[in-house]
Design a protein around this ligand. Structure first.
Ligand code: BG6
Length: 488
């Protein structure tokens, strides 16, 4: 069914941190490059008692602060500001909500609308109910939701149920901003645009997979949210599991929403549960203490938070997909804050050669590996064994070298887009391929809940690791116990 582009974008939480850091700069970039529909208007809303001018000022400031100086464009900013207006509203203030929906009706005419909920998730169902009651939940209305959708399976189901009472599932767009990243798109292109990999992409040829999302930042003033959440809920439930799905899924028949999401959900449903008696051997958790990142001394998590806490800022997991393709292949997932460098990558280690003809000469043959680096730079490395040049009187010498593709360099003429630029355009155009379906979120929560219950049951607490290190030593043993080591 063809979908009309929306001509009104309503942002709830339009003065918040995410809006200022990502949403408003993304809209600016789209406006500057003429990518927004001509008629699109943007209505910001939040509790703050701003007027239109005050909000436009905030948009201009966030563009000034967040957009690289070379990309500033006063005329484009002016054109964006002309599309923007503001209507204050607290969700629990029915008069203010009534004024807001009245303004939405005036602005939309009979055009399609995208409602972007960038508020605390507990407001999602009430906002959707208010919109539906005002006749703004039917065909042509789409809703964009930020993560986290809930705190566990039960709360996520409750939020989804509330949202879906107002909006049909095919008009609910759940954001995982990792899916909007260029590198993540390229993972799909690499897997399904090349015939080379597919025959090798299975348990017969792959020994182990590692998915790493390492951050150097701490909790950055988000302590209240983060301390309630922890690395497992904040990063694994969504970003890591999405990367995992795209790495492990079967080829979809088309690059379109249903086909892609049907394959992702199969992976989530094939994920083996990590039961209570396995959490100690299949998971490792840590919390950063004081240390140094990139030569700069930083405080520990408890000090940043201002109190002691049991929250994990690092998690490593050994996961398995119980299906034909991946039987017996461990997927190691890890993420943490205050690690030595920022790096998101997928590492696939192939099986060793079945017999080394170089063994007598003492040369070691390392297994091949494919490294897909998603951030900070996009890079593909294929690790291959080669001969070290020389006359080899003492026997052949081999070295592992990378066939190294630097995508930034290769595509230097192309500008890099913020994830939200793509996600906004897709939502405005009604394309849900890069958004998360309800069953995906819920299957992910089910897997995460089992792990958390295991931790609680066994009284498992995070081990301390110095900021600037690769996490607690228990993470090292998690892989080494099975003869594998983390890539560093
Ligand atoms: C967010 C998490 O979803 O992703 C943050 O809540 C995390 O804790 C962030 O820092 C990482 O995103 P990116 O795009 O910087 O890798």
């Amino acid at each position: 069914m063809s979908v009309r582009p929306a001509h009104l974008l309503v942002i709830f939480g339009a003065t918040g941190d995410l809006a200022q850091r990502m949403l408003l700069p993304s809209l600016f970039a789209l406006a500057r490059d003429g990518l927004l529909p001509e008629r699109l208007r943007i209505l910001g809303s939040a509790r703050s008692a701003l007027d239109n001018e005050g909000f436009r000022q905030l948009v201009a400031e966030s563009v000034a602060r967040r957009v690289a100086p070379a990309d500033h464009d006063a005329l484009a900013l002016q054109r964006l500001l002309e599309r923007v207006e503001y209507q204050p509203a607290a969700v629990d203030d029915s008069a203010a909500m009534a004024a807001l929906v009245a303004r939405v009706h005036e602005l939309r005419g009979n055009a399609d609308v995208v409602f972007h909920l960038s508020t605390a998730p507990r407001w999602y169902a009430p906002i959707c109910a208010a919109l539906a009651a005002a006749g703004l939940g039917g065909p042509g209305m789409r809703v964009l939701l930020e993560k986290p959708i809930g705190h566990d399976l039960a709360s996520s189901m409750a939020i989804n149920a509330g949202v879906c009472q107002a909006f049909d599932e095919d008009r609910v767009f759940r954001i995982d901003h990792y899916l909007g990243k260029e590198g993540v798109q390229n993972l799909i292109a690499l897997r399904f645009g090349n015939a080379l990999f597919e025959p090798l992409w299975n348990a017969q040829h792959i020994e182990q997979v590692q998915i790493t999302v390492a951050e150097t930042v701490g909790v950055e003033g988000r302590g209240d949210y983060y301390d309630d959440s922890g690395a497992l809920r904040d990063m694994v439930q969504n970003h890591l599991l999405q990367l995992f799905c795209l790495t492990a899924m079967e080829p979809p028949s088309h690059f379109e929403p249903t086909a892609v999401r049907n394959e992702k959900i199969k992976v989530l449903r094939s994920l083996r549960m990590i039961e209570r008696d396995q959490v100690a051997t299949h998971t490792a958790i840590g919390q950063y203490g004081p240390g140094a990142v990139a030569g700069v001394a930083v405080p520990g998590y408890a000090e940043e938070l201002g109190r002691e806490s049991r929250c994990e800022t690092y998690v490593a997991l050994r996961a398995h997909v119980d299906n034909w393709r991946w039987s017996g292949v461990p997927f190691y997932l890890r993420t943490g804050k205050r690690l030595p460098r920022r790096c998101t990558e997928i590492y696939l280690q192939f099986r060793a050669v079945p017999h080394s003809i170089f063994a007598q000469a003492g040369a070691r043959v390392e297994p091949n590996a494919l490294v897909i680096r998603l951030q900070p730079e996009e890079r593909i490395e294929m690790m291959l064994m080669n001969k070290t040049p020389g006359l080899d009187r003492g026997g052949l010498k081999l070295a592992q070298v990378a066939l190294d593709l630097d995508l930034h360099e290769r595509f230097s003429a192309h500008s890099r887009r913020l994830a939200y630029e793509r996600l906004y355009l897709d939502a405005i155009e009604g394309n849900g391929t890069l958004f998360v379906r309800r069953d995906e979120t819920e299957a992910a929560w089910q897997w995460i809940d089992t792990i958390i219950q295991g931790w609680q049951h066994g009284g498992m607490l995070p081990r301390s690791y110095p900021a600037g290190s690769w996490g607690p030593s228990s993470a090292v043993s998690l892989a080494e116990r099975h003869g594998h080591s983390w890539r560093e």
